[in-house]
Design a protein around this ligand. Sequence first.
Ligand SMILES: [Zn+2]
Length: 290
Amino acid sequence: MASTADIAVIGGSGFYDLEGLRDARPLEVDTPFGATSSPILVGELHGKRVAFIARHGEGHRILPAEVPSRANLWALKHLGVRRVLAVSAVGSLQQQYHPLDAVVPDQLLDRTRGRAATYFGDGVVAHIGFADPFCDETREALAAASEAAGVTTHRGGTLVVIEGPAFSTRAESRLYQSWGAAVIGMTALPEAKLAREAELCYASICYVTDYDVWHDQEEDVGVELVVENMRRNIQHARDTVSRTIAALPIEGACACGDALNGAVITAPDAVPPATRQRLAFMLDRYWGVQ
Ligand SMILES: [Zn+2]
């Protein structure tokens, strides 16, 4: 089947559509994991087929813990997507990550609770490697594009993902800071984990809106300033995503596309038929279609 889309963008807070997407049409994709966050907008940008999902839905209706990540990534995989660019707003945990900076993290710390974080289970056991949770090629492309867009860009750093929707306590924030983490957000997990299971290249670019509450600021940061920072961050994100799509080859030379090779422990004939059918989009290439 020819791909409907090659590269996908998952937009975070404030990033609800993709400028310049030509001949864009919204697709409703039925998935075994329910509805996607939003209809998936598919069109053409810089000669590539691009899909766009608004992570929090149209009108920003979906809490971080409610984002249907399994459906979103299943749908993207189903459309033929190979690479996913994820955009998020984050708080800074260290002085050197200033508001309006971009961070392309290379590590994650999972502080979420009880989110559906795997496609496996229901009779099939698999363990993917997740030591390096992001695709290095895609990270590099995002970082280079961000620099070209004139944004102060940090290559690497640990992103703490908390459950939310409340922000951290001051004690939590100081703890994460003492762990050396760079920035804090609510949505990169389980997204990154599911992308790895689905053998997609996945990288995240995070835009700092403000310092998290560890910071003893001389004066409280007003909502107005945070909103203004978010507005400018979204402009940077749009520019960076567009440049990344122009520059990034669809085929990776990385190992993301073979993440399930050797990962599944369960014998194929021991997997219940319903589970097998549900995971066919990932596993048929290993098990063959029967
Ligand atoms: Zn990759």
